[in-house]
Design a binder for this molecule. Structure first.
Ligand code: IVH
Length: 704
């Protein structure tokens, strides 16, 4: 019987099938492991596991307590099931010097309307260089552990988390629902011992403790994780059935009492001066802590203030990471390669004599663009005192956290006599088309468009990348291979691969080692992604200036692909109402809007997008927290003085309720909130017959 596609299962069908699968897989495991007498083929076993994982990914809530995806030691697992975080896992904004911290404090005061003298406390604690993990406890029992993933959806690593000594299985006196968040890490000592063991066995060694921790936590076989000494510090939380405390500090102490390790260097500070003093103390102890940290995290202490401050798109307003200075090393620049990116940008890459920078071997680093090599910024002003960079030079390499290493400086005293200024290419090294620099653009770009193989491949790689379509088994390497062989030339081709593959299977198998099974796995993974959230689709298109945040912004603003497409097409003239509407989205500037509408106006590009969308089931964007919101989708203008909160807080609250906040009044405005001293905007609103509210009426409307 033909199997129903996972997308079209009802909840009841999914539940029933999961039960059946648990039974079948359980029986197969028993036959194979305990009785040593397999009853079904490996291929059939894999198919059952895959089907189970796919249904669980689609219906996370239906996942069974005895889910086969949790059981290890069976046939090789098929990757981790996905977990949707009930409360998003965020990252942190970064600060690099004292001034950034003073500005952080000042911006919080501005937002909350506090004077410089008003008391405002923070916590300060080390930023652990590991990977974050969310642990869910229900009635005091650990039920799920998930990695951060993209913040919205992570990987289910429960079986592995259970092997970590610092993670309690049960808690006494905890809230009924408690999600504890923190960092998994490996100590220096354990890292060194692990690498020794690995080397002795001829297995792969790890570059640093962070990689070792990540590699160990993400083992499909939890018996391997068990042998890797991982640790855990708790520093935050997700869903809670009741608050842990009133302050960050007390909440951390509560987590400690419940049985979690919390970092002993966590303190409460009365303001920026104390925070910076604690930063200095932590930096001093850094080398002797026995584990890697890469900065200090400050958080507003009062949880009520955290709530009011809320979030930007991916980071809280109430916390910041004060990073330690980057690590440096000197080495020789052996050559400069030019890479062509998906938007045609020619990026110079330094090939270096390998050198260790902060524990990691670096042999490539970015040189940014031609001006950077020549020793000037994009306005023509000198950088590095105007020193250019030449092949053969002795250069300083710099690495900060996870970012790509950079060439920062050059030592002219060591320059070889025959070193020549670098001649930046004016044609594309990949397709030979002219590479031009447009007025105001810092980078030179290949004009070949989709005829440039490098651009086409990079676009495809972006398309399948983690924040975009994230197709399991179709990574950068496979995309290159498929492109080279002519199987995939544009994103739409991915979704017709199965149909075309049948005819060419023999040919492909002979050359590339794709068997029926691996191909079937790939097709299943592709099918999983036909259903795609709108924000991911927009991001996947790889339009210049339209990043992940902006894509989600568009998705939330327009809701559906049809509405988005119609709006962008209508804005094509770059003037008029449709264009103004696009620019009215908070966070969308002219450059981004121009890039977006011109991509949709280009015939070849548009046709390629249309072909793609034809194969997809685009999920409308979720509009979180705005269910039943009286102002969802409305355009609001604040004018005059607000007395109950600052403009910034009012705007953030309105946006959290799904409203668009605009700076100017037009016929498109729905509500004008006018405080004392409101002038021309209020007048205009009244002339236009718009709804004008005072602050109290507005607060009553939003139920605050
Ligand atoms: S708080 C909503 N505290 O740093 C606040 N994060 O760069 C969430 N990290 O994703 C994070 N030590 O993985 C926090 N003491 C600490 C941390 C910490 C390490 C990691 C965490 C986060 C990343 C952001």
């Amino acid at each position: 019987m033909a199997e129903k596609s996972v997308n079209s299962l009802s909840e009841d069908e999914a539940r029933a099938e999961l039960a059946e699968l648990a039974q079948k897989i359980g029986a197969a495991n028993k036959a194979y492991h305990t009785e040593d007498a397999p009853e079904i083929s490996d291929a059939e076993y894999d198919r059952l596991k895959r089907r189970n994982a796919a249904i669980e990914a689609q219906f996370p809530a239906l996942k069974r307590a005895d889910s086969p995806s949790e059981q290890v030691g069976g046939a090789p697992a098929e990757g981790f099931a996905k977990v949707r975080h009930r409360v998003r896992m965020l990252s942190l904004a970064n600060a690099f010097d004292d001034d950034d911290i003073l500005e952080f404090d000042a911006s919080i005061r501005r937002f909350l309307g506090l004077t410089a003298e008003a008391p405002l406390a923070y916590t300060a604690e080390p930023k652990i260089d590991g990977l974050s993990l969310s642990l869910r406890y229900e009635d005091g029992v650990l039920t799920q552990a998930a990695t951060r993933g993209d913040g919205a959806e992570g990987e289910n690593v429960t079986a592995n988390a259970r092997t970590i000594h610092d993670i309690p299985e049960t808690l006494k006196g905890a809230p009924r629902i408690l999600e504890v968040r923190g960092e998994v890490y490996m100590s220096h000592e354990d890292f060194a011992a692990l690498n020794e063991r690995q080397a002795a066995r001829g297995a792969k060694t790890f570059a640093n403790p962070r990689n070792a921790a990540a590699g160990s936590l993400r083992q499909l076989d939890s018996t391997i994780t068990r042998d890797r000494p991982l640790r855990f510090f708790a520093y935050s939380w997700g869903e809670l059935s009741e608050p842990l405390a009133d302050t960050q500090m007390a909440a951390i102490e509560r987590l400690n009492t419940l049985g979690f390790q919390t970092n002993p260097l966590t303190v409460r500070c009365e303001g920026p001066q104390e925070m910076l003093a604690h930063y200095a103390r932590i930096e001093e102890q850094r080398a002797t802590l026995g584990y890697d940290i890469d900065g200090v995290v400050y958080k507003v202490d009062a949880l009520e203030l955290q709530r009011r401050l809320g979030f930007r798109s991916t980071t809280p307003r109430w916390a910041i990471a004060h990073k330690f200075p980057a690590e440096l090393a000197w080495t020789r620049l052996e050559s400069i390669d030019i890479q062509v990116g998906r938007t045609g940008a020619l990026s110079p890459v330094a090939r270096l004599t390998p050198v260790t920078v902060g524990g990691v071997v670096v042999s490539n680093a970015t040189l940014h663009n031609e001006d950077y090599i020549a020793g000037r910024d994009s306005n023509g002003n000198p950088i590095r005192d105007g020193k250019d960079i030449r092949v053969g030079d002795w250069v300083q390499v710099y690495r900060a956290g996870d970012v790509i290493p950079k060439v920062a400086d050059v030592d002219l005293s060591k320059r070889p006599d025959d070193a020549q200024p670098y001649d930046f290419p004016t044609t594309c090294p990949e397709c030979g088309s002219d590479a031009i620099r447009e007025e105001g653009d810092a980078v030179r770009r290949c004009t070949g468009g989709l005829i440039c193989p490098a651009q086409a491949v990079e676009k495809l790689k972006h398309f399948v990348s983690r924040a975009a379509f994230d197709i399991e088994g179709l990574g950068a390497k496979q995309v290159e291979q498929f492109y080279r062989d002519g199987w995939i030339r544009e994103p739409a081709d991915i979704f017709t691969l199965r149909d075309r593959f049948g005819q060419g299977l023999q040919q492909l198998r002979n050359r590339e080692g794709w068997g029926e099974k691996s191909a079937e796995n790939l097709f299943a993974a592709i099918d999983e992604r036909r259903r795609i959230p709108l924000g991911r689709l927009i991001f996947a298109l790889g339009i210049r200036h339209v990043g992940e945040n902006a894509s989600n912004l568009f998705a939330r603003s327009y809701g559906t692909w049809e509405a988005f497409e119609e709006a962008v097409t209508a804005a094509g003239a770059q003037e008029g109402a449709a264009w103004d509407n696009l620019l009215a989205i908070d966070g969308v500037g002219t450059v981004m809007a121009q890039s977006l509408v011109s991509a949709f106006a280009q015939e070849a590009e548009r046709a390629s997008i249309d072909r793609l969308v034809h194969y997809l089931d685009v999920q409308p964007a979720e509009r979180p927290q705005t269910d039943g919101s009286p102002v969802a989708g409305k355009t609001v203008v604040f004018t005059g003085t607000l007395e109950r909160m600052t403009r910034a807080e009012a705007k953030a609250r309105a946006e959290a309720l799904g409203a668009k906040v605009s700076g100017s009044v037009s016929a498109k405005t729905d509500i004008v909130v006018a405080g004392p001293g409101a002038g021309s905007k209020e007048k205009k609103a009244r002339e236009l017959g718009l709804e004008v509210l005072d602050e109290d009426a507005w607060l009553a409307l939003i139920g605050a």
